[in-house]
Design a binder for this molecule. Sequence first.
Ligand code: CO8
Length: 263
Amino acid sequence: MAYENILFEVKDGVGVLTFNRPKALNALNPATIEEISDVIDRVRKDDSVRVLVLTGAGEKAFVAGADITQFPKMNPLEARAFAERGQDVFARLEQLPKPVIACCNGFTLGGGCELAMSCDFIYASDKARFGQPEINLGIIPGFGGTQRLSRLVGRARAKELCMTGEMIDAQRAREIGLVAKVFPADQLLDETLKVASQLAAKSLVALRTIKLVVDRGADVDLKSGCAIEAEAFGASFASQDAREGVAAFLEKRKPEFKGSLTS
Ligand code: CO8
């Protein structure tokens, strides 16, 4: 698939997807959603991509939401279909068996915030702004925002953000648990890529298992979650990477993790 709205490149095991409609603050039109979907399929199949980073082109925005210019053309059924398609693609991003980092370099609003929350964690520039401003358009979040935001920051804070449409800065987003780390704007991408490279050198099998266990555990009670963990912990001992990691420690050398998800 040829991309018109995004850029995608892979270097040293790290895939970088850059939203590239800076004149529209990287707003998500239907074509962009399909391009994200295509990248997800590629990354899922290709073990040479071990980590995925999402970021925005230009100085101002990660993604400033769904493309509002499309809304007047949509009837309620089409709006629901667009919301469902976005939700489906974001769910597949969330379930990608590899680490996905949102590198939020500016406005991260509406569908952009929903997209960032579908990643494993969010790094933000000190200039980034977060929010669910749909209320100001007389509508509500539609790409999973009401659900993921309340799970991340609690129901009351989620309702406050969705009801007021308030934009918060990166520091506040970190305080409430939406953002993992904040970096000066000119260092954000380098710092994110540094962490992505560190993850790319780790066991892909173990990373996949951590993601699966944390996400599955979030929907069940503690006892059931710990049972899922114990099963997965046992299974993790069977991997080639586990043998290599333990042997490397005992032999006082750096491990070389070669485990694959596809073979
Ligand atoms: N869609 C389309 N164009 C946009 C968007 C957007 N979401 N955001 C900004 N743009 C465009 C502007 O229209 C402007 O275009 P132009 O230069 O042609 O006039 C250009 O980007 C630059 O923007 P501004 O001049 O407005 O820049 P400012 O620095 O003054 O303001 C803001 C930046 C505060 C980010 C402002 O642009 C803004 O409020 N944008 C809209 C943010 C928003 O409301 N986002 C939520 C959209 S709704 C949504 O995401 C729902 C998701 C679920 C959808 C479900 C399916 C229906």
